[in-house]
Design a protein around this ligand. Structure first.
Ligand code: AMP
Ligand code: MN
Ligand code: MN
Ligand code: MN
Length: 282
């Protein structure tokens, strides 16, 4: 009987270098244990975990792809652009990511001030205790603190009640632009991927406008399969990938055991007729 081995590919994951719960090496070893054959670590606005993840991944015999997930603002919302297979030493990319990181501490202080007005003091210090990389402080660290002090039962409920637009702990923030993120990724020789397009609260037309602008700026791929998207989303984004001629990417968006519903490598495979993003890797 012929045995067909399918390559498990996960091109979207997080470590403690941003808002994940495991070290970069632990993410890589967990991926290997789950049968992953190709892994990208894509921490938010940060490449500091890549060397450690690569060493652990290669030791475990899996192919490692350098990655990053860049926070941008588009159409009034926070959108994420994943960069894959770029030169991690690229100066403009590193300066750009540094410029995004430098705004995060101030944003966390402003969110904490809003939560204090709401009656929950001390959130900045509390969130910082959860952030191994203080420059990367973000909403998940605040959420973990609010769960720890018993304000909400889990991280997801904190987001629903406090940390999204219209809720008392949310503040708007100046992220990078779409053009900047694409400029940095492409300038460093990487491939730009629109992350989890199903997560954004855009109308159909707004999403098409985003895809047009992304493609016009040199964006090559979209996440057809994501741990934070449904099978219906995968069908919709497969159609859009075919229509636009985008390469297709897939990933778990794993943040940690217990917090992510999909484990690293636990994302579904890509539909067979799409061209995988890894065909564009070096
Ligand atoms: P930030 O970069 O500080 O704006 O935080 C964004 C991160 O928060 C995302 O990358 C997710 O890890 C997490 N997140 C966003 N929305 C939710 C949600 N509804 N439930 C749980 N985590 C979320
Ligand atoms: Mn995250
Ligand atoms: Mn994201
Ligand atoms: Mn992510």
């Amino acid at each position: 009987m012929a045995v067909v081995s399918v390559l498990i590919v996960d091109l979207h994951s997080h470590s403690r270098a941003s808002d994940g719960l495991l070290s970069p090496a632990e993410v890589a070893r967990r991926a290997a244990g789950n049968g992953v054959g190709m892994l990208a670590l894509t921490d938010h606005d940060e490449t500091g975990g890549l060397a450690q993840a690569r060493a652990a991944a290669e030791q475990a015999g899996l192919r490692f792809i350098d990655g990053v997930e860049i926070s941008i603002e588009w159409g009034g919302l926070q959108v994420h652009i994943v960069g894959l297979d770029f030169d991690v030493r690229d100066a403009a990319l590193n300066a750009g990511l540094e410029s995004i990181r430098s705004g995060r501490v101030n944003r966390a202080r402003r969110m904490s001030a809003e939560l204090e007005k709401f009656g929950v003091p001390g959130c900045f210090a509390g969130a910082m205790r959860h952030a191994e990389n203080p420059n990367l402080i973000g909403r998940p660290h605040l959420a973990r603190h609010l769960v720890e002090i018993g304000v909400c039962k889990d991280v997801h409920s904190v987001f629903e009640s406090f940390l999204v637009p219209g809720k008392p702990g949310y503040v708007s923030h100046q992220w990078a632009t779409l053009a900047q993120a694409l400029g940095w990724i492409l300038g460093a020789g990487g491939v730009a991927v629109l992350a989890h397009p199903g997560r954004y609260k855009f109308s159909r037309q707004e999403l098409r406008d985003l895809l047009d602008e992304f493609k016009g700026l040199g964006g090559q791929a979209i996440e057809v399969v994501s741990g934070s998207q449904s099978p219906e989303h995968s069908a919709e984004f497969s159609r859009l990938a075919r229509e636009y001629g985008f390469l297709a990417s897939c990933g778990s968006d794993f943040h940690g055991p217990g917090e992510s519903s999909v484990d690293v490598g636990g994302n579904a495979p890509l539909p067979g007729d799409l061209t995988p993003v890894w065909t564009a890797f070096h």
